[in-house]
Design a protein around this ligand. Structure first.
Ligand code: NAP
Length: 498
């Protein structure tokens, strides 16, 4: 495993950064924060500042919501075709500028360029998918069983929304909310994570180029998330909160949202079990494990957090998996040799290392890795741990790093009990050649999603979301647009009886 030295920004990187809007987007204008404050965005692979951008305060928040409220009725009255075509143009613009979006994400978030390109494709698909869904939002017309009334059911936009996104997928987490909100006819205020706001700024600029009217999308980057969003959540004109982030913050926002009985969608944390049965194709399982663990350096809510492996194949699986992990190259995401970027910041790396240190102190063994990488940036060695005790902290907390703890099981019942031994329920991965067993696992494991012999299953056409403390609601697919609609029913006298 090697690490490339931190580099200065090259000309291409500097000119891309110079093209990113640094203000707040309010009512179609990029402007400074009312306080005049700014904050810096860093490159996690060097710790160096990339750009200074406006730091919104409560006053800017109020202006952004005013703008969203002011155009809500007019926006809801546009035809679904008009909204669909804006989304389609945005899809084409993002696709045409895929290199810029990928590089910007690599710079501010650290993921290798190839992965960032993957996210651009995935993130852009929500624009294409919801451009197609915009006009496919059907109501219904029926008679009541008594035959005395007709029932007309319509879908309506919920109204102004607050969208809060995390730092780990700066483009896709935004498009997964913005695209269905546009398709449904909602206006919105987006609050991106302060660690990675630049991608949202570039994306918002592209949405304006695609023809989105002023005020429909407003963007507030801030270092005071609670101070800016708190008053918006208390404002009775806001109709919806869609949040992606950690479970503790999600719970707090849910409590705050109860004051106005706000519609909420919550995409929260995960603790995905990755099950390998004795009949699994081990090479396919290792391939799946690499994808489920190492995508985004392990900084994904869907990241495999616990490897539960049948005792008869555990040694073989650990050996093959560790061999693959030890060949990964840590480095700045812009280098073509890099397969593992840095973690997002020093705090995250410390947390990952404390989980590993605790597991090692309790008797686990690192087959590979087990330590931070020296030098600038927040790199951590790809790590495989065996002999992890059930009940270890590393099995109950989200690792959010390139660390794979392996636990063995003896039979199906034990595997299910281990898999369900968590308050989370986002996704599970199951590797087995027995499809009946796979479907049995889907019945018995409590998660909103399952990968059956597959290590990555996110797709714009699939309903993404969790159960238990992993969240409420679904993003993507047919369900995604419904999160931004309410159902209205009109009962009227049967005209035949009049
Ligand atoms: P986080 O700390 O909960 O932050 C998420 C967002 O919430 C950020 O924009 C953050 O702003 C904002 N925020 C923090 N405190 C807030 C408050 N009091 N009021 C309003 N907003 C507040 O999570 P993160 O560290 O960015 O992201 C990692 C977490 O997200 C993990 O738990 C991961 O599993 C989860 N996640 C879930 C999904 C899913 O679909 N289920 C997808 C991706 C990530 P600032 O950062 O600017 O302070």
């Amino acid at each position: 495993m090697t690490m490339t030295a931190a580099t200065e920004l090259n000309e291409r990187e500097s000119s891309l950064l110079a093209s990113v809007p640094t203000g707040l987007l309010i009512n179609g204008q990029w402007r400074e924060a009312a306080s005049g404050r700014t904050f810096s965005v860093e490159d996690p692979s060097t710790g160096k500042v990339l750009l200074e951008i406006a730091d919104a305060g409560a006053r800017d928040g109020a202006d952004a919501l005013d703008a969203a409220v002011a155009v809500q009725d007019q926006w809801a009255a546009t035809s679904s075709r008009e909204r669909a075509e804006i989304l389609r143009r945005a899809f084409e613009l993002v696709t045409a500028r895929a290199d810029d979006f990928a590089l910007l994400m690599t710079l501010e978030m650290g993921k290798p360029l190839a992965e960032a390109m993957g996210e651009v494709k995935y993130g852009a698909e929500f624009l294409r998918w919801f451009s197609e869904e915009a006009s496919r939002s059907y109501g219904r017309y029926s008679a009541n069983p008594e035959g005395t009334q007709q029932i007309l059911v319509a879908k309506k936009p919920v109204g102004p929304c607050l969208l809060i996104t995390p730092w780990n997928f700066p483009l896709a987490m935004a498009t997964r909310k913005i695209a269905p909100a546009i398709a449904a006819g909602c206006t919105m205020v987006l609050k991106p994570a302060n660690l990675t706001p630049l991608t949202s700024h570039l994306f918002a600029q592209v949405m304006m180029e695609a023809g989105l009217p002023a005020g429909v999308l407003n963007v507030l980057s801030t270092t005071d998330a609670g101070g800016v969003t708190g008053p918006l959540i208390q404002d009775s004109r806001l109709r919806k909160l869609s949040f992606t982030g950690s479970t503790p913050v999600g719970k707090r926002l849910l409590a705050d949202a109860s004051a106005n009985v706000l519609r909420t969608s919550m995409e929260l944390g995960g603790n995905a079990p990755f099950l390998v049965f004795e009949d699994a194709d081990l090479d396919a399982a290792v391939e799946g494990a690499m994808a489920a663990k190492m995508r985004n350096m392990g900084e994904a809510c869907t990241a495999a957090n616990r490897f539960l492996v049948h005792e008869s194949v555990a040694d073989a699986f650990a050996t093959k998996f560790a061999a693959r992990m030890s060949k990964m190259t840590t480095g700045r995401g812009t280098e073509s040799t890099t397969s593992v970027g840095p973690l997002i910041d020093a705090k995250s790396r410390e947390k990952v290392h404390s989980l590993v240190s605790d597991a090692l102190a309790d008797g686990a063994t690192a087959v590979t890795g087990g330590a931070p990488v020296d030098g600038p940036g927040y790199f951590y060695q790809p790590t495989v741990l065996v002999g992890v005790e059930p009940g270890a902290r590393i099995l109950s907390e989200e690792i959010f790093g390139p660390v794979a703890p392996i636990v063995t099981f003896k039979n199906e019942d034990e595997a299910v009990a281990l898999a369900n031994d968590t308050e989370y329920g986002l996704v599970a991965y199951v590797f087995t050649r027995d499809h009946n067993r796979g479907l049995r696992m889907a019945n018995r494991i409590e998660t909103g999603m399952m990968g059956l012999n597959a290590g990555v299953i996110s797709n714009a056409a699939a309903p993404f979301g969790g159960v238990k403390q992993s969240g409420l609601g679904r993003e993507g697919s047919l369900e995604g647009i419904e999160e931004y609609q309410y159902t209205q029913y009109i009962g009227f006298a049967n005209p035949n009886n009049a």
